[in-house]
Write a protein that binds this ligand. Sequence first.
Ligand code: M6R
Length: 624
Amino acid sequence: MCGIVGYSGYLLAVPRILNCLSALEYRGYDSSGIAYLNGGKLEVAKRVGKLENLANHLKTKTIPASCAIGHTRWATHGEPSIENAHPHTDENNVIALVHNGILENYTDIKKSLEGKGVTFYSETDTEVFAKFFSWNLFDENPELKEYYAKYYAMHNTVHNTFKISKKRIIKALKHTISMCEGAFAIAILIKGYEDTVFFAKRKSPLILGKCDESFMLASDIPALLGYTNKFYTIDDDELGFIEPDKASVFDVNLKPKKLKFHNVSIAPEQVMLGEYHHFMEKEIEEGAGSVLSTISRIEKIRALEKIPAQIFSGDFNLHISACGTALNAGLIAKYIIENQLRIPVDIDYASEFRYKKPLLNNKSVCLFISQSGETADTISCAELAKSAGATSIAITNVAATRLESITDYLIPTSAGPEIAVASTKAYLAQLAALYDFVTYVAKNKGIPLEFSMDSVKNSVIKNNGVDYSVQIREVAGLIKDYESIYFIGRGIDYFLAVESALKLKEVSYIHCEALPAGELKHGSLALIKQDSIVIALLTQSALIEKMLNNIHEINSRGAKIILFSPFTELKPFVFKFIEVPKVNDSLAPFSVIKPLQILAYKIAVSKNLDPDKPRNLAKSVTVE
Ligand code: M6R
């Protein structure tokens, strides 16, 4: 939620900031804004809506600033508007601040500042952050603030005699963050510091990039890949500043940190569209690759062997928590673990888990699945598991995340950067990691499995060769104008129906409901009428007969069934039949999900919607 970026160097800052923001736009696209120091002036430009609105506004000007900060917003406090857009400034326009996160105690701080005469113009917690920092900076000498602003207004610069030292700024920043509760990554410009971006972070991600002749800050690594591959991950409660030739980072006690920059080898093409129209299209195509590279990475770094085998030897309880698509991957894992290992699995929406007083103890093994590793609900569950003495395992796609830092073990997925808000290749990579986990537990418990990781690889390769484009385009055209669509399946197919419905609804805005096929007649069948669309999934031979009964029930209400299945003998019973490759029953997710992801994508495109940036959503959900 929200992306921030900062630049201090010798080159034009504004185009760089805009470039980086475009890579961060997946984190929010309700508004965007930029602040820069130009000939001593602190200037701010903001626009509501997508970044292109801000870029179009700025493209006519050449702004000779070499230091700037930028923001792309997913609205949490207050509607998308110019007033609520970042950067936020203090009363005298001395400070501009961008923020990703949530300042939880902002109402208390706001009240206390209002009591001191400070006025607020937006509904955001970030304006409170900016004004609180400003207050703390000038607190010891409030006249200085006024003088600073007046002198500045007259001379458009700050005389060195009156310049506040960087030491004092850092102290004020430290004091500010020590009073703040919640999550934040902030970047700040201060008048008089033409070449400096100050920053601080807690819980929200912030990366420092070392370029040839500049330093940059951003919410994630891919945003900076066009400029550098040398990164330092800023830790919680670290703060500091960047200048063109130097980055200074301090720990919570203001002790300077020795910075070790790591080389990251993500090729810039991985975050570029290339021949594709949208990232969702590209990422669906990358699904097979993400499964194969996840399996090989887990093997290469021996990720599973780091999880002590003895935790699976005696009694243990297995819990899974995640959100959205990551949870849907967990549902498949639960099915496979219970079905083949005969081990019960609890699974919860991360947003519900902590409120149900979960039964956790030191015999619990908790799996937390998250593409971003940043999802606030999932992180809270991991914190809860830790405090209960449980063993916690993270499955994440992004490196060095908060989720990774608070869990005991990591099973990394290797899908590469996933930019589209709708998760596609990461879902498949999560499944690969989960199947690998199942294989590891089975091995340790001496339980034979119906599949091997080689069979996972083969099924993915087999499925990848199928060209669905013509059939799916036809089906997309048929259903794009519907307001409501139903998905049905039994067994593992039901869980795939759940994921397919989520994918379709989030990018097409068609209401989609997934139901266990047998449940239909217990209520929802009342909604099925002439020409209703029902998408049915059937990959398990043992379920053919039962599903056929459900198909007949639906047909007799005049609805149109679109069946995704390898069983061609069912073709005469349905309105449209999409043949998917037949694989081992347990591997169905690897064969059936791709055409359903393509369907969601094609429908969004045929409705002229942007599948990469569905309305109201953001890629990383860092609020609970
Ligand atoms: O980064 P995470 O995997 O923790 O994100 C979880 C969900 O927010 C995410 O999967 C969301 O449901 C996707 N937009 C679905 O396509």
